[in-house]
Design a protein around this ligand. Structure first.
Ligand code: SAM
Length: 245
């Protein structure tokens, strides 16, 4: 069970540590302090995950059961690779029979059972390359993509929302019937058109804010469960969902 870490010193490191004032800018010092004192960071190190993001996926799965029985997973914006680690484990993926394809424009260290593409997901060739890499129909598409920050909040917001939208259309193009799509989005940011498209194509559409997602962050996740298959047309009525959007 994915319990939020308490106390946080299971890794032997104390929480509440301060970084000495020196040449670091105050904002950098605050970032380092927050990082070393974050119980999820400590727990990720202890459990061998490459990033604290692992707990967001595990927490979402605990409640919404999207990983169990999954055979093939595509991981968008995968570096450094904690979601891919989980994906490889649940699909029993091996290098001989790879069942996970991951993409990031950043370099990512190899992971057993994961076919890694270092390229921009917005590159028109990315969908085809991902499908070649996975060698079969995925039943789960996960996206933790966030656009690199420019310092301009609205631009950053818009770019990440665009990634979410492109990922959603990709999921609808490639998923197996009954499959699921999970993507990072922003509070209040999911476009109505995108939500409608997802509601037409999936049985349930939900917004989620996992406890492991920092409270001060506007990050949220959009989960679309139970892909209806590619025969659905635009004229179909959207299904009711349990989302409070
Ligand atoms: C929050 S991190 C992902 C963490 C990952 N889920 C994990 O568990 O380790 C977001 C990633 O999205 C990637 N990204 C953002 N835009 C992208 C794009 N257009 N194409 C590919 N990767 C992208 C970034 O490079 C970054 O590594």
């Amino acid at each position: 069970m994915t319990k939020p870490p308490v106390g946080g010193n299971r890794s032997g490191r104390k929480l509440g540590q301060k970084v000495k004032k020196g040449k670091l800018k105050a904002s950098s010092r605050r970032w380092i302090e927050r990082h070393i004192n974050d119980p999820y960071v400590q727990r990720a190190q202890l459990e061998g995950y490459r990033a604290r993001a692992a707990f967001k996926l595990l927490e979402i799965d605990e409640k919404h059961k999207i990983l169990n029985g999954t055979r093939r997973i595509i991981d968008l914006g995968a570096a450094p690779g904690s979601w891919s680690q989980i994906a490889a484990k649940v699909t029993n993926s091996t290098d001989g029979d790879p069942r996970v394809a991951a993409i990031d424009f950043l370099e990512m260290d190899p992971l057993p059972g994961v076919r890694i593409l270092q390229m921009d997901f917005l590159d028109p060739q990315a969908p085809e390359k991902l499908m070649e890499a996975i060698g079969g129909t995925p039943d789960l598409v996960i996206s933790d993509m966030a656009a690199p920050t420019t310092g301009h909040r609205q631009t950053d917001h818009f770019r990440t929302m665009h990634l979410c939208e492109v990922a959603a259309h990709f999921a609808v193009d490639v998923l197996a019937e009954g499959g699921h799509f999970l993507a990072k989005t922003f509070q209040g940011g999911t476009e109505r058109d995108l939500l409608n498209m997802l509601k037409q194509n999936f049985r349930q559409v939900i917004h989620i804010k996992p406890a492991s997602s920092r409270a001060e962050s506007v990050e949220m996740f959009l989960l679309a469960k139970g892909f209806k298959g590619r025969r659905v047309t635009d004229t179909d009525e959207p299904m009711e969902d349990e989302a409070a959007d």
